[in-house]
Design a protein around this ligand. Structure first.
Ligand code: NOJ
Length: 553
């Protein structure tokens, strides 16, 4: 599969979690007109793609990831017409809008599921995965018994309230005749419905989908072979019918997902290389076991090779097929700001916004919103409530989320709990927000720093600092240097043919080039982005030494 539409090249994606982004009507819950009203801000920030977490009809037992009507916007967010207005307003600013697609489960309130619960057979009986007796559990899958008048247990994909539509089994077990092959009428009808649904929203102007639990569709599917085949068919259809649309997978395995036709994949909590960068300590992880020390920590005990070795392997294995994105956080993670200050975050964003792929910024991360602890589970958030609190637009009571019906708020909002605000930081030239805005502007100006520019580590030693890499495209060469540790760091590394250094953005970092080598000197917690102009008549490569290999793009 090809890499996809050109617009991905300079894309910077911003994730909107609709319930807690911007409340326009004073009911204490964010909504679509609120997002439309915030486009000025997002345009000012420089992001050009918005991914909106699910905004469809739902009983909100998993915050909207339990959909009861895929074709209709939930009334708390507005109407389908509001969504169309948002899309038009975004497009008029050259911004794209991606919706969340949740193909792996619906809500138990979905009419198709309700029909499939009936004792009497009907057209939806085989549209979900059911065992053939209420006493029988499904091997290796979560099954819920005793729910329906139908004599069977249904398969839940995530929480108990999220039954799995039937895409069939890759290897149906003859001992369990209720396991249907992917080609059976029920699974085929489910597939058709998926395409119909995608077509419905694409025809209304959306630019793509972030696909929830993209690898979970076909059951008992070793290596996700049949699930990949299904997505490849979808991609082939997309390429003919909606060639400008993109598919972003929540898969965490770019080698599989990009060959299954996705344009972008991003790491999940279980991906150690990503966790080692930002979330290795017990206080920074949810669900998965801690790993030790993050590379981005002032103690300086992290190891960049834990990230880099795997990342380089993935880049090589997916070359030319799509993008690997590195999110700042999302609505399922501990926020990147956890136990870090503005200076630390500036170093982190210098990396996240100068790497290949399409950077993802989660709402509120750009102002360093804190991860709040010990909040109750809301709408199925479990322990993820702390990263879902309302966007801190300003210091007013409830940060722009109306105070009167605050009890209806999706999440509790204490105006003092999350102090950094957009308003304060927009007017402070030294704020985190301004730093991120400057980095985005730089990235959007400089193709070498965008999705397809070559990525080449220059100095990346185990348990040593700093971390230095080059981004290269055509004649343009940029060097990025990062020192997350509180202690100063310096390094000398091969760099030929040299050239003239221009400091583009830096704090506490200095790069000097001598013939054939470079010297970087960095204060504690510092970063630098440098443009290197090739000397007249210089050689071909930015750093042709063996130490600088391998090159990846
Ligand atoms: C991943 C989503 O990001 C998460 O919020 C949700 O709870 C599960 N998938 C189930 O849909």
């Amino acid at each position: 599969m090809l890499k996809g539409p050109r617009w991905l090249r300079d894309a910077v994606l911003y994730q909107v979690y609709p319930q807690s982004f911007k409340d326009s009507n004073g009911d204490g819950i964010g909504d679509l007109p609120g997002i439309t009203a915030s486009l000025d801000y997002l345009e000012w920030l420089g992001v050009n793609v918005i991914w909106i977490s699910p905004c469809f009809v739902s009983p909100f037992q998993d915050a909207g990831y339990d959909i009861a009507d895929h074709y209709k916007v939930a009334s708390r967010y507005g109407t389908n017409a509001d969504l169309q207005r948002l899309i038009r307003a975004a497009h008029s600013r050259d911004m794209r809008v991606c919706l969340d697609l949740v193909p792996g489960h619906t809500s138990i309130e979905h009419p198709w599921f309700k029909a499939s619960c009936r004792h009497k057979r009907n057209q939806y009986s085989d549209r979900y995965v059911w065992t053939d007796s209420g006493w029988k559990q499904a091997p290796n899958l979560d099954s819920i018994r005793g729910y329906s008048e139908r004599n069977g247990a249904y398969i839940a994909n995530f929480l108990y309230c999220q039954p799995a539509p039937n895409y069939g089994f890759a290897k149906p077990d003859p001992k369990h005749p209720w396991q249907q092959p992917v080609s059976a009428p029920g699974p085929m009808a489910t597939r058709q419905e998926l395409r119909r649904l995608m077509d419905f929203w694409l025809k209304r102007g959306i630019d793509g989908f972030r696909v929830d639990m993209a690898s979970s569709l076909v059951k008992n599917d070793p290596d996700a072979r049949q699930t990949s085949r299904l997505w490849r068919e979808i991609r082939a259809w997309l390429d003919t019918q909606h060639p400008e649309a993109v598919l972003i997978s929540e898969w965490g395995d770019p080698v599989r997902s990009l060959s299954a036709g996705f344009h972008i994949d991003y790491p999940l909590l279980g991906n150690r290389y990503y966790m080692s960068l930002l979330r290795a300590e017990p206080r920074r992880v949810l669900v998965v076991p801690p790993l030790g020390h993050s590379f981005f920590d002032r103690c300086g005990r992290g190891n960049i090779r834990e990230f880099l070795d795997e990342y380089l392997r993935l880049l090589r294995a997916t070359r030319g097929r799509g993008h690997i994105s590195l999110p700042s956080s999302n609505h399922d993670m501990v926020r990147v700001s956890c136990d870090r200050n503005v200076a630390d975050l500036k170093v982190i964003y210098t990396m996240l916004l100068t790497m290949p792929g399409v950077p993802f910024i989660y709402q509120g991360d750009e102002i360093g919103m804190r991860h709040l602890r010990n909040l109750p589970s809301k709408e199925g958030s479990l322990d993820r409530t702390g990263c879902r609190t309302p966007m801190q637009w300003d210091r007013s009571r409830n940060a722009g989320f109306s105070s009167a019906p605050a009890r209806k708020l999706y999440l509790p909002c204490d105006p003092n709990a999350n102090r950094p605000t957009v308003a304060d930081q927009m007017s402070d030239p030294h704020s985190l927000l301004q730093h991120i805005r400057n980095l985005i502007a730089l990235r959007r100006r400089v193709p070498a720093l965008q999705a397809d520019g070559e990525f080449r580590p220059l100095y990346a030693r185990a348990n040593a600092l700093p971390f230095v890499y080059a981004r290269i495209l055509g004649k343009d060469r940029f060097v990025v240097a990062l020192n997350p540790s509180a202690a100063p760091a310096a390094a000398v590394f091969p760099f030929s043919p040299g050239g003239t250094v221009e400091t583009v953005m830096a704090s506490g970092a200095q790069l000097d080039l001598k013939t054939g080598r470079a010297k970087i000197a960095m204060k504690g917690v510092s970063y630098g982005v440098f443009a290197v102009t090739r000397p007249a008549g210089g050689g071909k490569s930015a750093d042709s030494s063996a130490a600088a290999r391998p090159a990846c793009s």
